[in-house]
Write a protein of this length. Structure first.
Lengths: 115, 114
């Protein structure tokens, strides 16, 4: 069972370059999320999609865009990467009925370095 | 607004010793409380959660946590740790009124020493 799959796992970019992080889940979940994890900051929500066709900003959305391509896939795009976006990015999903109860399923993370 | 404070960024403990990882939260509304664990180079996994009812909740791998409303705390405990418990532990809250925004603490790195 794959669960939540993120690609790529590692990426190095130069300032100003663009890239897209891909996320797919095979659990038929309604809700999907993108978090970033930084040392001493914990996890912070960038964007989420409560259901197919909807997206909403989280705590730190500036510099990012998202697309909920279909129920399975939720991508995160950096249009013009900045060194402050160096981080580990996690995609997560949840059954919309159990999101309140903390049943988030996480991918293994994508480590992004912006030079 | 919610905030979650994990007072200890690093906790070293000898194998088979007990451990407590502390978590305090602030919220003006009722919340659900969670502990997640992150093993090296992996995503987070739900360890345990408090939704309602008994204030002592048990999770996977022998961990338990106690909800203390008066002290707004949700400390995680294990009576005897193993090497395999070495990981990063995150406390998180979620408002009962909405479900989409989890607020995570900054994490506690538990290192079990042989």
């Amino acid at each position: 069972n794959a669960g939540v799959t993120q690609t790529p796992k590692f990426q190095v970019l130069k300032t100003g370059q663009s890239m897209t992080l891909q996320c797919a889940q095979d659990m038929n979940h309604n809700s999907m999320y993108w978090y970033r994890q930084d040392p001493g900051m914990g996890l912070r929500l960038i964007y989420y999609s409560a259901s197919e066709g909807t997206t909403d900003k989280g705590e730190v959305p500036n510099g990012y865009n998202v697309s909920r391509l279909n129920k399975r896939e939720f991508s995160l795009r950096l249009e013009s990467a900045a060194p402050s976006q160096t981080s580990v990015y996690f995609c997560a999903s949840s059954d919309g009925r159990t999101v309140n109860t903390g049943e988030l399923f996480f991918g293994e993370g994508s480590r992004l370095t912006v030079l | 607004a919610q905030s979650v404070t994990q007072l200890d960024s690093q906790v070293p403990v000898f194998e088979e010793a007990p451990v407590e990882l502390r978590c305090n939260y602030s919220s003006s509304v009722s919340v659900y409380l969670f502990w997640y664990v992150q093993y090296p180079n992996q995503g987070l996994q739900l360890l345990l959660k408090y939704l309602s009812g008994s204030t002592l909740v048990k999770g996977i791998n022998g961990f338990e946590a106690e909800f203390n409303k008066s002290q707004t705390s949700f400390h995680l405990r294990k009576p005897s740790v193993h090497i395999s418990d070495t990981a990063e532990y995150f406390c998180a809250v979620n408002r009962k009124s909405t479900g989409n925004q989890f607020y995570f603490g900054t994490g506690t790195s538990l290192t079990v020493i042989p």
